[in-house]
Design a protein around this ligand. Structure first.
Ligand SMILES: [Zn+2]
Length: 165
């Protein structure tokens, strides 16, 4: 079972194995969040180490995707993952990214200005807006946080744990 690593404010930073979590705990980098379920207890001749489902890094650590907006820069890989490699124009398999307002007209590589597109739609659209090219968009761009599901799970674990007597 994986262990969630968060910062002190319970913002998700990573998922790690219990072995990796044990290292974070024994080196004093992280501490157990006691209210969350116990994943396992590691025994050694000198140590009994409980490992909880959530461990929090002690020093300040910044969550990479927190606070992203439609104006934030997004890489092609991030956009393709967000759109699940589905073309925004024909819903076929996509492996390129289209700038809705073309880069040649100042369109930026942001969450709000990029969608996944197949090569054929991307090539047809070229240096035009979707309206100019007469192309309908099947899905709108949005801000994608790949950690959102894990973050939700962490909060749920913590809320559940906090209610346990
Ligand atoms: Zn397409």
């Amino acid at each position: 079972m994986t262990v969630f690593v968060t910062n002190a404010g319970l913002q998700i930073l990573a998922r790690v194995t219990w072995r990796r979590a044990a290292i974070l705990l024994t080196t004093d980098v992280a501490r157990n969040m006691e209210g969350t379920p116990l994943v396992r207890v590691v025994h050694s001749p000198t140590l009994t180490l409980p490992i909880h489902r959530v461990v929090a890094i002690k020093h300040n650590a910044y969550r990479p995707y927190a606070g992203k907006t439609m104006e934030s820069h997004a890489s092609s890989q991030t956009i393709l993952r967000r759109d699940q490699w589905i073309c925004a124009y024909c819903e076929g398999p996509a492996d390129t990214v289209d700038h809705i307002v073309p880069q040649s007209r100042g369109g930026a590589s942001t969450f709000g200005n990029q969608v996944a597109a197949c090569r054929s739609c991307n090539g047809f659209k070229a240096d035009r807006t979707p309206r100019e090219a007469g192309m309908a968009m099947r899905h709108a761009p949005f801000v994608h946080d790949p950690w959102a599901a894990d973050q939700k799970e962490v909060w749920e674990l913590f809320a559940l744990g906090a209610r346990t007597p």
